[in-house]
Design a protein around this ligand. Structure first.
Ligand code: 5RP
Length: 235
């Protein structure tokens, strides 16, 4: 499955592989989205195929659903599963309080719903994702397409009252068109550079009409499995 990996891929792979230890027979498992989560889905697929691991997966995006089916994982919806034992997902940043920025892959809405509906959320990341203070990675927020320019202006106005270092917002693009999420929404990326109070930021942003959800995961993550290019793993 791995061949010769670059250090970054090796770091993602070893974190993903170790996180599979959280998965036991009979569990309902939330399957994250992104390149690190894709390693985890492949590792789980191998356990299903070779070791007879019996799990049901709830994917957090159409991309992950396709991959999970390809590798032989039984897939169902969150409505069917209702509550999950564990969700394993990547992150764009995590801090010392296990608060996260997610949504680099545009799947933050399903990811947050699925992680919140889980007994445990385990994040898998290479060490480059660790930060002192969140915000160097642009904060993605999912907004509805209707009136998006007005929503963007309202978000920018709201940012004036918040303790951040930058206030530029950009509509995420896919070539010449707006990037569209699995839910048919747009993503605004907020270039804040430093988020002094992520909890306040999350609450305030979600109050704005037109905003569906933001990529700050506060008090949702229970553990981070960190991979290194050397092959070392830490939890
Ligand atoms: C997708 C996400 C991803 O988990 C996040 O972007 C990390 O991705 P990668 O593992 O490719 O670095 O939140 O919406």
């Amino acid at each position: 499955m791995t061949g010769e990996l670059s250090p970054i891929d090796k770091a993602k792979f070893v974190a993903a592989k170790r996180a599979c230890d959280y998965v036991e027979d009979g569990m309902r498992v939330g399957l994250g989205t992104g390149s690190t989560a894709a390693w985890m889905v492949r590792c789980l697929g191998e356990l299903v195929r070779d070791d007879g691991l019996n799990i049901v997966g709830v994917p957090t995006s159409s991309r992950t659903a396709d991959l999970a089916r390809q590798v032989g994982i039984n897939v169902t919806s969150l409505d069917e599963a209702r509550w999950l034992d564990v969700t394993i997902d990547g992150a764009d940043e995590y801090d010392g309080n296990l608060n996260l920025i997610k949504g680099g892959g545009g799947a933050l809405l399903q990811e947050k719903i699925v992680a919140t509906a889980s007994d445990q959320m385990v994040v898998i990341a290479d060490i480059s994702k660790k930060v002192e203070t969140l915000g160097a990675f642009p904060l993605p927020i999912e907004i509805i397409p209707f009136g998006w320019q007005t929503t963007k202006a309202l978000v920018e106005e709201t940012l004036i009252g918040l303790d951040v270092l930058g206030r530029t917002t950009t509509l995420r693009m896919n070539g010449d068109a707006a990037f569209v999420t699995d839910e048919g929404n747009y993503i605004l990326d907020l270039h804040l550079h430093r988020i002094a109070n992520p909890r306040q930021m999350s609450l305030v942003i979600n109050q704005i009409p037109g905003v569906v959800e933001n990529g700050l995961f506060i008090d949702i993550c229970d553990a981070v499995v960190i991979g290194y290019g050397s092959g070392k793993v830490e939890v």
